[in-house]
Design a protein around this ligand. Structure first.
Ligand SMILES: NC(=O)c1ccc[n+]([C@@H]2O[C@H](COP(=O)([O-])OP(=O)(O)OC[C@H]3O[C@@H](n4cnc5c(N)ncnc54)[C@H](OP(=O)(O)O)[C@@H]3O)[C@@H](O)[C@H]2O)c1
Length: 322
């Protein structure tokens, strides 16, 4: 007997970014797409999702059954310090437009993307999924953090009122090919990759902002993409899930710098500029929930993933965002 598969049209907002490109690679190049699935990857050129009419038009055009919602105004610590208000307004608008339009078009499932930097500043560690709303976030990124927290509020209310199973994932720091390698506006790891590349090229010291002692967990974009597909297909909770390496894999910014230095075989001096902010000293997250569902999942070793990222940046230097 022939088994009939319901067609699934998966719309990926933010499909041109770091995470979107990783999902595209897993879906297209590694045969991650299943029978009956059609994948559509959007960039801001297809629709400005801060605009309700453009958001409606793109849903009208593609009529998705499922949405992976990645589109966001994203940036590192120094961009947050400069543009806190823009982070709040743009992200609230994008999230409300996408989630509400998805509901209006009968989308079965939306998986949005939060971040561990939205958790309360004053908290106990490790952070887990139940603690999102337990106190104010760190002042430096409060606009972004509150906008992201409201996605969880929206998802719960949408379930309560309409029974929709819209959910969210919470990744720790993501890195990989197609990241934003801007030294001014990028996250710590891609900014350091770019700085190290330049330092090697020009024979100058590698300057690291801050003391290097801040602790972080990093997830390789391709590992996150594989887990994202699992959440879309198998994870049935409205409550979000942290997607991260374990607490034991938390590392310092100095460890990150060492891995990048090794990947580029950089032999010049490394200088830590302690006049610059370290941001939050740590935000250790628990991946116990993920491990309960996926005890089998193997993360790419950090140094392998950093090497692949540095190689991609070198090979794509001209077209990389920077
Ligand atoms: N990177 C991290 O370390 C990290 C950590 C935790 C969570 N996250 C979350 O992960 C998700 C993906 O982040 P990412 O690092 O992949 O970001 P990214 O590389 O900066 O990509 C952002 C994506 O959003 C799109 N976008 C931005 N503004 C838009 C708008 N007004 N309308 C339509 N599309 C818009 C961009 O389109 P264009 O290419 O056309 O500009 C791009 O595709 C975000 O929700 C972010 O908050 C990221």
């Amino acid at each position: 007997m022939e088994v009939k598969v319901d067609p699934k049209r998966v719309l990926v907002t933010g499909g041109s970014g770091l995470v979107g490109k990783a999902i595209e690679r897993i879906v297209i190049e590694e045969g991650g797409a299943r029978e009956g699935e059609e994948w559509i990857f959007l960039s801001s050129k297809d629709a400005d999702l801060t605009n309700a009419a453009q958001t409606r038009a793109i849903f009208e055009k593609h009529r998705p059954t499922h949405v992976i919602h990645l589109a966001a105004m994203v940036g590192g610590l120094f961009r947050h310090l400069r543009q806190n208000l823009d982070f709040w307004r743009q992200n609230v608008a994008i999230n409300d437009n996408v989630l509400h339009t998805a509901h209006e078009f009968g989308v079965v499932k939306v998986v949005s993307c939060l971040s561990t930097c939205i958790f309360p500043d004053k908290t106990t560690y490790p952070i887990d999924e139940t603690m999102i709303h337990n106190g104010p976030p760190h002042w430096s990124n409060s606009g972004y953090a509150y906008a992201k927290r409201m996605v969880d509020v929206h998802n719960r209310a949408c379930f309560q009122q309409y029974g929709r199973r819209y959910t969210a994932i919470i990744p720790t720091n993501i890195f990989g090919p197609h990241d934003n390698f801007s030294i001014e506006d990028g996250h710590v790891l891609p900014a350091l990759v770019h700085k190290a590349y330049k330092a090697k090229l020009t024979g100058t010291p590698l300057e690291v902002c801050g003391s290097g002692s801040g602790l972080r967990q990093f997830i390789y974009s391709l590992d996150l993409a594989r887990l994202y597909l699992w959440v879309l297909r198998e994870y049935d909770e409205v409550e979000p899930i942290i997607l991260s390496v374990g607490e034991e894999d938390e590392i310092t910014i100095k460890d990150v710098t060492d891995a990048i230095v090794e990947a580029f075989e950089f032999t010049g001096p490394v200088v830590y500029d302690t006049s610059k902010s370290d941001g939050q000293m740590k935000k250790t997250a628990s991946n116990a929930k993920l491990r309960r569902y996926r005890p089998d999942f193997t993360f790419t070793p950090f140094r392998t993933a950093v090497k692949e990222t540095c190689d991609w940046f070198s090979a794509n230097h001209d077209r990389a965002r920077k």
